[in-house]
Design a protein around this ligand. Structure first.
Ligand code: F0G
Length: 456
């Protein structure tokens, strides 16, 4: 994507970087072009958008695995696997689109939806990309796959490798990933290494490993991951009956997801399935904000890596690989990059939980970021907005429990919470109460609490 060289898919090297310029690869098809590229010379070889709409819809009634997958159902736009029955699938995708009426009201907009990618088979959005890239790995004859991860990629990779009968190697930062995610990679039989470093250090080690051994790299520098991760955009538009929302808001970590969704939207526009693009905005945690800083400090010309710190461990990334792709997505769609504090993330997570939906901390940055975009006048009251919730609430139950027990923040951090938010926190916190197993005791406790919530 930097020097513009075009190569065949079969010529890609093991680290998925151009030997001439070290840039990342984009997958392009004869009929497609990229947001900053020239329009395709002739769209005559492009699939027929209207016919695809009906075909994709029809497949919903099929019992074939590749049709039941919310990724491979759109396989005309993923034409890199020889035969559909060869894909490795856990019936990923097909995730719900929920209304968030209470969150909409408190943010001050009329129409807010959440596309919950945490409802995928391994509990995160990574499954949509993993089914694509792991299917390529198997087709190429690899026996070993590997990734560096903050936890969700590794959970997804371990599961899909197990389904395919392949071996997987996980590199994760020691002590900085949520238990749910760590347990998944063990449960699915991966070889797990906890390195005494952060995510960026794990990436460094892995990049060297794959040049020494025939291991297929499954980090999001692998462009087939992004091909799978573009499909939730198709699914979302289908769920909205092809009415384009004004805004899509995603969390930003290694910065692949926003760009993958943008690619999906761009392709739909090229095929005439939609006629304008929603604005994609990316939200980072304040302590892991290299893209935000790059944009505010030097207009996105260069990215200076940061040492990342956030309790939203999924996005604890200081040197994101796909920052240029993310920037391209922001520029092509007209969206923004924002940053949010730890306290704002916790509040937003509790608010999404209180809708009966829930998500992991990294996903909650979307709602926290939306509040800022509304306050800045960038998202209007009438504009339809979709949050992409990337991970399931059970991924990081320790965070949730600490929050509700009031143990998440230090005294100094709690003191920084503005008074208006403090009231919200107090209303949302539901710590468990330990009582004797005596009906009278429970009744008295219940009575005193019910008085609190009864209208005066
Ligand atoms: N949300 C969750 C739950 C994640 O796990 C990640 C990334 C992101 C958001 C950010 O997405 O990297 O495409 O910008 N997790 C990776 C992992 C890095 O290893 O699981 P991104």
């Amino acid at each position: 994507m930097d020097c513009g060289a075009l190569i065949a898919g079969s010529a890609v090297n093991s680290i998925f970087r151009c030997p001439a310029c070290n840039g990342l690869y984009d997958v392009i098809y004869p009929w497609s072009s990229l947001p900053d590229g020239d329009a395709p010379a002739a769209a005559s070889n492009a699939p027929n958008g209207t016919a695809l709409r009906y075909l994709w819809q029809e497949r919903r009634a099929s019992t074939l695995a590749e049709d039941q997958s919310g990724v491979w159902r759109f396989r005309e736009l993923l034409p890199f696997i020889e035969a559909p029955e060869k894909v490795v699938t856990l019936r990923e995708g097909n995730t719900p689109l929920y209304e968030l009426p209470r969150c909409a009201e408190l943010v001050g907009i009329n129409w807010l939806l959440a596309k919950h990618q945490g409802m995928n088979p391994t509990g995160s959005f990574k499954d949509t990309g993993m089914t694509a890239a792991l299917s390529v790995a198997r087709e190429k004859g690899f026996e070993w796959v590997a990734c560096a991860s903050t936890g969700n990629t590794s959970a997804a990779m371990a599961a899909y490798a197990a389904r395919a009968g392949m071996h997987s190697i996980v590199l994760i930062p020691e002590g900085k990933i949520a238990w749910g995610k760590l347990s998944q990679s063990m449960d699915y039989g991966a070889m797990t290494f906890q390195l005494r470093t952060d995510f960026d250090g794990c990436v460094r080690v892995l990049t060297e490993l794959v040049t020494r051994f025939p291991i297929y790299l499954l980090n999001s520098v692998n462009p087939y991951r992004l091909e799978g991760q573009k499909t939730p955009a198709f699914e979302l538009l289908e769920q909205l009956e092809w009415q384009v929302p004004e805004h899509i808001i995603v969390p930003g970590g290694n910065l692949a997801n926003g760009s993958a969704l943008a690619k999906g939207l761009f392709e739909m526009q090229q095929l005439g399935l939609i006629h304008r693009l929603p604005k994609i905005s990316i939200i980072q945690a304040e302590g892991a904000n290299p893209l935000y800083r790059s944009i505010t400090e030097n207009g996105g010309r260069e990215l200076v890596p940061v040492e990342a710190h956030t309790r939203a461990t999924a996005i604890r990334i200081g040197n994101p690989a796909s920052w240029k792709k993310a920037l391209r997505a922001l520029n092509a769609t007209g969206g923004w990059c924002e940053q949010v504090s730890e306290q704002e993330i916790a509040l937003a997570k509790a608010e999404i939980g209180a809708e009966g939906i829930g998500c992991e901390p990294a996903s909650a940055v979307t709602l926290a970021g939306l509040k800022k975009l509304v306050a800045q006048g960038k998202v209007g009251k009438e504009e339809r907005t979709v949050l992409i919730l990337t991970g399931h609430t059970l991924k990081d139950s320790e965070y949730t429990i600490q929050y509700h027990r009031g143990e998440l923040f230090t005294g100094a951090e709690s003191a920084q919470i503005p008074a208006s938010d403090r009231e919200r926190h107090d209303a949302l916190r539901k710590p468990p109460t330990v009582l004797d197993a005596d009906t009278d005791v429970v009744f008295r406790e219940l009575e005193s609490r019910m008085k609190l919530v009864r209208p005066a």
